[in-house]
Design a binder for this molecule. Structure first.
Ligand code: GAR
Length: 232
């Protein structure tokens, strides 16, 4: 008998392309998690309509509707409990959660960020990587802690930065890989193969490459050999 699927709630603030990728992955009968709700801090987030059109329960929990951030996070916590969430996925959820909330969900809440953390926390990651002259860039899925874009790293994927790239072309290349990496990381967490212990992500039953998107597994992912051949 298959183990029960983990119940996942996705938090978004915008278009929700990572959310859509997770919903699609979870549509596979063999995927170890099901998406039971999507919540946004913005009632106009495009992703809410996309999720609703797929029959997923949606809700906006906004700052304007609450006296302070703590009250907003208490409402969020109550909604996650009502939905019986096992795992929370932040997918472009662009507000900082309160430490008491992150503490409650420690080890059960993950985030995707468009850089190879710990480089480039925050905004404008693609332009900052280009400006720094980086030859590789990428994305990271990590357990959420009280610090922004911080916390134990579960999985990463690298993409090359091409001489012709601007922030938009690079963002598109990274986004395509984000969609694959997030499903991979959620699978690891839902299967109990990625856990948080003593402030670190512990992987078990996963090969050394199992938390990387390796060359060939994604057409956009970095091919280390061709990168090495690239002339400056
Ligand atoms: C994604 O690139 C995600 O990595 C980023 O916001 C974008 C959301 O796009 N998240 C962060 O920067 C978190 N610090 P999406 O709404 O299409 O998934």
């Amino acid at each position: 008998m298959r183990p029960m699927k983990k119940r996942v709630v996705i938090l978004i603030s915008g278009r929700g392309s990572n959310m859509s990728a997770l919903i699609e992955a979870a549509g596979d009968p063999g995927f170890p998690a099901q998406i039971v709700g999507v919540i946004s801090n913005r009632s106009d987030a495009k992703g809410l309509a996309a999720a609703a059109s797929l029959g997923i329960e949606t809700k906006a929990i906004t700052r304007a509707d609450h006296t302070d951030k703590a009250a907003q996070d208490a409402a969020l916590d109550a909604e996650l409990k009502r939905l019986k969430a096992d795992i929370v996925c932040l997918a472009g959820y662009m507000r900082l959660l309160t430490p008491s909330f992150t503490e409650k969900w420690a080890g059960r809440m993950i985030n995707i960020h468009p850089s190879l953390l710990p480089l480039y926390k925050g905004l404008d990651t693609h332009q900052r990587a280009i400006d720094a002259g980086m030859r590789v860039h990428g994305c990271t899925v990590h357990f959420v802690t009280a610090e922004m874009d911080d916390g134990p790293i579960i999985a990463q994927a690298a993409v090359p930065i091409l001489p012709s790239d601007d922030a938009d072309t690079l963002a598109n290349r990274v986004l395509g890989v984000e969609h694959q990496l997030y499903s991979l990381a959620l699978r690891l967490v839902a299967e109990g193969k990625a856990t948080m212990k003593d402030g670190r992500a512990v992987l078990s039953g996963v090969s050394a490459e199992g938390s990387l998107l390796s060359p060939g597994s994604a057409s956009e992912a970095v091919d280390i050999e061709s990168l090495a051949r690239m002339t400056p």
